[in-house]
Design a protein around this ligand. Sequence first.
Ligand code: ATP
Ligand code: MG
Length: 420
Amino acid sequence: MKFKVPRGTQDILPSESWKWQKAEQLIRETCEVYRYSEIRTPMFEQTELFQRAVGDTTDIVSKEMYTFKDRGDRSMTLRPEGTAPVVRSFVEHKMFGWVDQPVKLYYIEPMFRYERQQAGRYRQFVQFGTEAIGSADPAIDAEVIALALEVYKRAGLKDIKLVLNSLGDKESRIAHRDALVAHFTPHIDEFCSDCQNRLEKNPLRILDCKVDREHPLMKTAPSLTDYLNDESRAYFEALKELLTIAGISYELDPNLVRGLDYYNHTAFEIMSTAQGFGAITTLCGGGRYDGLSEEIGGPPAPGIGFGMSIERLLLALEAEQVPLANDDALDVYVVTLGEAAKKEGFHVLQKLRSAGIRADMDYLDRKMKAQMKSADRLQSKWVTVIGEEEVEQQIVQLKNMAEGTQQSVTVTELIELIKG
Ligand code: ATP
Ligand code: MG
């Protein structure tokens, strides 16, 4: 019997894992600069949390969740997205009472969605997301958008664009909803069964349909922008002005509605415009969710956040052929000749490592030439050679690989030189 990695998942091998570490590192640094703190929530939650928070008519809840009964007969679901768990935690831990408001959180965690596998779409993927909860100031929307863009910029991406829309407040959405129903009802039998369902439950979702996206009625659908009331319009204008102040350019897309039910006002996506990126070009999606806390039993707590997967970030880097900086080359490779030298070499190796120096040696009793080859392959900056003579004199031969120079030094000198 042969076992394989489950469909839609991947093993991240050492040739790739360093990229993940770099990406996570630059994300954490950016969050620190913007003063967002990490939150870690469980990998599974009560199913009902997602049903309520994300919404029954969304793709996520209606067909993508990994739901199972635990041994106590409770329905649990592997986390498909990060906002609902974070807001659940916000309510449960009464973060609305914290002195420091709004509460600014981020996470880097695996998400699970039962999707058809394709490039950039996995069943387990890692999402970096932020949530700023407790403020309805358009400035925090601008901050969150700036943070997301900053991550891509720091990673070295150039071919990206910000796409923006406003979904308005409840009143605006109800007016728009009525217009949508009137627009789609006469031709609803030309749409997929999901859309037919959505017409009654949540017609806005039709605009986000991946099956019927080319239907002519999609292009002529009433635009949300025309249904924004004064307050919603003012909010959107304020956000756009702040983005301009921050030097952030954007494109408007009145059909951008996002996959989740709980969004209002600001909705945005960051897309890759790189040649050859493939069919899926959205790198990051986010928006404002002012009613979500109440929806799951908490007090009013307006919030905004986004989610982006590391998978798509790395794909975009590949598409733009931007290499992530890799400064992980070895500092020292310890080459030894003979039994006694091997023991001394092991001793030197441990001393180097204790001093925080990246060092390694041969464990296959290879000849000197093969050991030197390993040092080369590992791009070691230095090589120490230890033979019988060196053991007797308590020294090592130190080679600087870039300069091709060699000198005899004691172990203490060796450490000083390399740390130098
Ligand atoms: P899509 O339209 O691509 O299905 P979505 O609306 O389901 O996206 P969100 O739930 O908003 O996406 O998730 C935010 C981000 O998470 C996406 O922009 C993308 O970077 C990433 N993402 C979503 N689903 C996957 C997946 N299956 N594999 C990898 N990354 C994903
Ligand atoms: Mg999706």
